[in-house]
Design a protein around this ligand. Structure first.
Ligand SMILES: Cc1cc2nc3c(=O)[nH]c(=O)nc-3n(C[C@H](O)[C@H](O)[C@H](O)COP(=O)(O)OP(=O)(O)OC[C@H]3O[C@@H](n4cnc5c(N)ncnc54)[C@H](O)[C@@H]3O)c2cc1C
Length: 317
């Protein structure tokens, strides 16, 4: 008979890894972590630039870690290495390249269907983040510019004329780093940055106006056109500029279709509903990490969710 796991975790980012490690430490026996990418932490791998500084108190949110994971300030690489070591030490069972398609509760247990196999579980934690579906602007992006309009840094090279769009820490960090090897403009629709941590605020002021980085604040983009294979950006002041590449860093979206398919109810803002223990209306089905915050998640917040949920599962057993 197919094994019934005590806990199946969907998503191998900080929330999922945190849940797997805490579950092991606190004594759950049969645990499975399912990740759609070919390795854990796809958001960190795909959206953090190389050598990016990783702050524990991200965006100035002071978080005291509650569980057994000793996550600290570091870099993209040291954070991934630390998570590797946690998974190795915990001997966590995991399935990679397996995207979860649905979760159904039947006869008191969960059936989890992935693109590869099916699993049965007593409890499920959904920790799929929001970056699987990066936010896109309202205006149309010409399909012919698909290679030149990006939502992460995968396609960036050097000596390009780049426009970065966004006003959060990610956009600013992209702009600063890319300006070392490219000619960069950072466009934000507001006049000032209000969501930056102190370091990024200082850095952007220091870099702004230097040869390779300039700011275009208080300005919207009204449309994008293909101009001889390059990206023509029409701004709300009536002017346009042609760029080699445009990178949007404007956050991610809650994957509502997936959540609905799993029977998770949504509130009027389209955010998933759960109680103070992160349990949804389906008993035994929990949400952790970015998917369970209204805005502004972080690694430390995801780790604390994971610890809280596993403690709750053990208490209610
Ligand atoms: C550019 C950038 C910089 C940031 N810098 C910092 C920082 O310095 N410090 C900090 O604390 N936070 C930072 N953050 C925020 C932090 O990365 C997130 O808060 C954190 O990764 C959330 O963890 P999570 O586990 O909820 O989701 P994620 O990290 O998004 O992980 C979700 C995982 O689930 C997988 N998945 C999705 N759907 C499925 C499915 N259907 N089936 C199976 N697997 C699935 C994904 O592939 C992914 O690996 C940054 C975010 C960005 C975008």
């Amino acid at each position: 008979m197919q094994q019934i796991y005590d806990l199946v975790i969907i998503g191998g980012g900080p929330g999922g890894i945190g849940a797997a490690v805490e579950a092991k430490v606190l004594g759950l026996k049969h645990i499975m972590m399912i990740e759609k990418g070919d390795n854990h932490s796809q958001t960190i791998r795909k959206f953090y630039k190389d050598n990016k500084r990783v702050d524990k108190n991200y965006k100035g949110q002071e978080i005291e870690l509650q569980g057994s994971i000793d996550f600290r300030d570091g870099t993209k690489e040291s954070t991934l290495n630390y998570f590797d070591s946690l998974l190795d030490r915990g001997e966590i069972d995991s399935a990679f390249n397996a995207e979860v398609e649905s979760i159904v509760k039947e006869d008191g247990e969960f059936r989890i269907v992935t693109t590869k196999a099916g699993y049965r579980a007593k409890h499920v934690i959904v920790a799929i983040g929001t970056m699987g579906k990066p936010n896109k602007p309202d205006y149309t992006l010409p399909l012919s510019l698909k290679e030149r309009i990006n939502f992460n840094l995968d396609k960036c090279s050097q000596n390009e004329k780049l426009l970065i769009v966004g006003g959060g820490n990610s956009a600013v960090e992209y702009a600063i780093e890319l300006s070392k090897t490219n000619n960069v403009t950072l466009n934000y629709r507001r006049d000032t940055f209000s969501r930056l941590n102190e370091i990024n605020l200082e850095l952007i002021q220091e870099y702004n106006g230097q040869e390779k980085l300039r700011l275009r604040l208080g300005m919207d983009i009204v449309s994008i056109e293909n101009e001889n294979g390059l990206v023509k950006v029409n701004f709300s002041d009536g002017y346009y500029t042609i760029y080699d590449r445009v990178i949007y860093a404007i956050g991610g979206t809650t994957p509502v279709d997936f959540l609905r398919k799993c029977g998770i109810t949504l509130d009027n803002d389209g955010k998933p509903e759960f109680d103070e223990n992160f349990e949804t209306k389906t008993k035994g089905l929990y949400l952790a990490g970015d998917i369970a915050v209204k805005s502004g998640g972080s690694i430390a917040i995801a780790l604390n969710h994971a610890y809280h949920i596993v403690s709750h599962i053990l208490k209610s057993n």
